[in-house]
Design a protein around this ligand. Structure first.
Ligand code: ATP
Ligand code: MG
Length: 394
């Protein structure tokens, strides 16, 4: 279905005026193209553009600019002061305001927008008239959030690869002595049946050696690259299984679970086992955060394309699943670290639960975000592409 163009501010009725060929001060004004074409061109660019005149009024602002900055187009935006139109994005106002004072303008600079936490890459240019007088300034920008996420994912993969080599080497060195300790303690235990103290101590040694071995196996398992066994899966089944598995791993107590998984969700192409593990880990964390009372909500919806807006290349049908709990929430000072391997705030935690979640999401080319649940608690949002057969064989 053709996409309906959103209403653009200050758009005039299409005119069929044809600009006559002319050359003014060495500038070509050669065009047999109606001027509405230029307006449409700017409006439809996949990068954001905001141009202001010397007196500080907005002259041009296109759809991508509104979308990346998280603003809504209003019919009378064009011609109004940019400080007013862009007041919700003061960081952008500062850049544009600075454009008139600078002789060397930044090219390819980056900025993290405080309001939306998006990263933009931008270029500032002066607009000079035919006499060379400064007539305005233009901010040209692109949403780099996705690029940043991909880079972060690459960095994580590199880190895991390095960690994997190290873990494999350590496992190799540690596994044999650990097995030796366990076997020898077992022999001693059998040789000293009459000493109660020796039985207790040797029993503890065997238990600790087994635990150390389990940690080595867990780490090895984590650093091993995931090979997806891709099949068509129904999300509702995966989530149901994850609920049962989570209940066997952590105590659910009186926690109420509500599921909102529409029956008409498209089937996903993914790895059942890995996705079950993903939701199990999120649910185990939720149960642990709730300590036996409260509620967990799991809901899913199909999204037509990644909502990150224009400028995003791998748009396509997605399924978004949110897992939220009414627990204490995650303190702001640790939220950046929760996906890092071995980060834990729990005495018995290994800190691998969410690192595994992130690894599984990455392997499926998905995305995971975390935030506060409105009204209190934690909300994880997993966005997974509904991949087509064709894409799988790329
Ligand atoms: N739903 C949640 N509510 C509050 N805090 C959470 C929640 N989920 C994760 N966290 C925080 O993130 C940290 C990391 O979670 P992660 O699952 O990676 O490790 P863990 O649960 O501590 O240990 P493991 O999962 O390996 O047993 C937790 O220790 C906890 O502080
Ligand atoms: Mg966990």
């Amino acid at each position: 279905m053709p996409r309906k163009a959103p209403r653009r501010p200050g758009r005039q009725r299409a005119r069929s005026r044809v600009i006559k060929p002319a050359v003014r001060n060495g500038r070509a004004e050669l065009s047999a193209v109606p001027d509405t074409f230029y307006r449409d061109l700017v409006w439809n660019l996949r990068n954001g553009i905001v141009a202001v005149t010397r007196d500080g009024s907005v002259a041009v602002m296109n759809e991508a600019a509104y979308s990346i900055l998280g603003l809504k187009p209003r019919p009378d935006d064009i011609g109004r002061p940019f400080l007013e139109i862009l007041k919700e994005v003061p960081d952008v106002c500062r850049i544009i305001a600075g454009a008139f004072d600078l002789s060397h303008l930044p090219n390819r600079a980056e900025l993290r927008l405080k309001r939306t936490a998006k990263v933009i890459g931008y270029t500032l240019s002066h607009v000079c008239d035919a006499q060379g007088e400064l007539a305005g300034a233009t901010l040209f920008f692109k949403d780099l959030t996705r690029v940043e996420q991909l880079e972060e994912r690459e960095r994580l993969r590199d880190r895991l690869a390095a960690l994997g080599e190290m873990a494999a080497a350590i496992a190799h060195e540690v596994k044999n002595p650990l097995a030796g300790i366990e076997v020898m303690a077992g022999i001693l235990k059998r040789q000293m049946p009459e000493s109660e103290d020796a039985q207790t101590i040797l029993g503890d040694i065997i238990k600790e050696a087994k635990m150390a071995n389990a940690i080595v196996i867990e780490v090895l398992d984590f650093v091993r690259p995931i090979r997806l066994q891709v099949e068509q899966i129904a999300l509702a089944e995966v989530v149901d299984d994850a609920v049962s598995t989570a209940e066997s791993h952590a105590s659910r107590g009186d926690v109420k679970i509500s599921l909102a998984l529409p029956g008409d969700l498209p089937r996903l192409q993914g790895d059942t086992h890995q996705l079950r593990q993903l939701f199990t880990n999120l649910l185990v964390n939720a149960f642990e955060a709730l300590g036996g009372s409260g509620d967990v909500q799991i809901s899913a919806s199909a999204v037509a394309e990644e909502e990150s807006g224009p400028g995003i290349d791998n748009a396509g049908p997605m399924i978004q699943v949110t897992v939220s709990d009414s627990g204490p929430g995650i303190p702001a000072e640790v939220i950046d670290r929760i996906f890092s391997p071995f980060f834990t705030t729990k005495p018995q935690g290994s800190g691998l639960g969410l690192a595994i979640v992130r690894k599984i999401v990455d392997a499926h080319d998905g995305r995971i975000d975390v935030g506060a649940r409105p009204g209190g608690g934690t909300m994880f949002r997993v966005t997974l592409p509904v991949r087509t057969e064709h894409e799988l064989f790329r």
